[in-house]
Ligand binder design. Structure first.
Ligand code: XIL
Length: 356
């Protein structure tokens, strides 16, 4: 009798285990691991002390990226180098077995005043940028596996955007289009030959003048042997986003044997006077999230799916839209998973094994 009940208990435990594994992974992280897809979030190290923030991050994501902590505005707040905030990101990732994406080495935004108002000559700026890329990449060598080397270099016409690095005054290649972008990639490769090097762009995710220009630029890079490994598609989008055009863009980029990372996804919704999105919009949002994920999963070269934050409590969208839009992420302000979370989890679970 005793023996029987023990065996029965063993059998029911076994049944439970079988049931659990038949149901598949229960977090984005475990489902992402199984589908060989990096599931990332942009993070603010100042929030690591908020218990649900850290717990949700560690449970749901296998990759993180510093939202601001590795930008010039933080690392070079003063003229020297200050790696404290970026190092916190790396420590968190190490403690939880996650990968780290680096963001970003060259951008016309989020630069310190001493740099933007320093009236440097092109020769001096070139020296400053070369040194910055070398020192930051060497500091994070072996920790940061992929870098956004250059962020948002093009305007909506597809031309090199006016910027401190291009032509105002630039690093000495003013008027030569994306030659300065190419130079930055060469310096990056020289500094850390093992890191994957990405060009990251906004509003060039579908098919338009800007994404055509990105395509032409990176195709030229590949043909000329400029060291580039991938393109980051930011994806600050709305439910009206055209996912077919997006899939076509991933298609042509991955055909160049470049990786694609979805780097800054959020699907912002209009907010009512109560600061809330409607249930209908949350459902539309869930559909867009799962279509974006499916477009990525269809291409083995699309290797990372990252959101710009994790909870609507801490998202840049609110300040960026002056409070008119928000609710763009997986978790609500109390860290409750939203329909978008469920949709992405079930789309990931539907992929038993991904062939790479
Ligand atoms: C944003 C951050 O989220 C904010 O905290 C910061 O004040 C401004 O930058 N594209 C990018 C990101 O590449 O670096 C931006 O991040 C959002 C748009």
């Amino acid at each position: 009798m005793v023996k029987f009940s023990v065996r029965m208990r063993c059998a029911s435990t076994l049944m439970l285990i079988l049931f659990a594994s038949a149901e598949g992974p229960t977090t984005l992280r475990s489902a992402g691991d199984r589908a060989h897809l990096l599931i990332g979030a942009a993070v603010r190290p100042s929030l690591f002390t908020e218990a649900p923030y850290s717990a949700t991050l560690a449970r749901e994501f296998n990759m993180i990226e510093a939202e601001d902590a590795m930008k010039w505005s933080v690392v070079r707040r003063e003229r020297g180098f200050d790696f404290r905030e970026g190092d916190e990101v790396v420590r968190f990732a190490r403690a939880h077995g996650m990968k780290v994406r680096g963001h970003c080495l060259v951008w016309d935004h989020d630069n310190p005043q001493w740099l933007t108002e320093g009236r440097f000559t092109p020769a001096k700026l070139s020296e400053l940028l070369h040194e910055h890329i070398a020192i930051v990449m060497k500091h994070y060598a072996g920790e940061v596996f992929a870098w956004d080397v250059v962020n948002e270099a093009l305007n909506e016409k597809g031309d090199a955007k006016d910027s401190i690095w291009y032509n105002a005054p630039g690093i000495g290649m003013s008027g030569k289009g994306t030659a300065y972008v190419e130079q930055a990639f060469r310096w990056a490769h020289e500094a850390e030959p093992h890191a994957l090097l990405f060009y990251n762009e906004a509003e060039g995710e579908g098919l338009n003048v800007k994404s055509d220009a990105v395509y032409r630029m990176v195709k030229g890079f590949k043909q000329r042997g400029v060291p580039i490994d991938g393109v980051g598609l930011q994806m600050h989008i709305t439910p009206e986003f055209d996912t077919n055009a997006f899939a076509a863009n991933i298609d042509r980029l991955t055909m160049l044997r470049l990786q694609v990372h979805i780097t800054e996804l959020d699907v912002s919704l209009p907010l009512g006077p109560d600061g809330m999105a409607t249930g209908a919009d949350l459902k539309l949002q869930a559909d867009v999230y799962s279509s974006v994920l499916k477009a990525c999963l269809e291409h083995s070269g699309c290797t990372a799916f990252q959101t710009w934050g994790l909870t609507d409590k801490w998202s840049w969208i609110g300040s960026h839209s002056h409070g008119t839009r928000g609710a763009g992420l997986f978790f609500d302000p109390s860290y409750k998973p939203k329909p978008a979370y469920d949709a992405v989890l079930s789309a990931l679970r539907a992929v038993p094994q991904r062939v790479n």
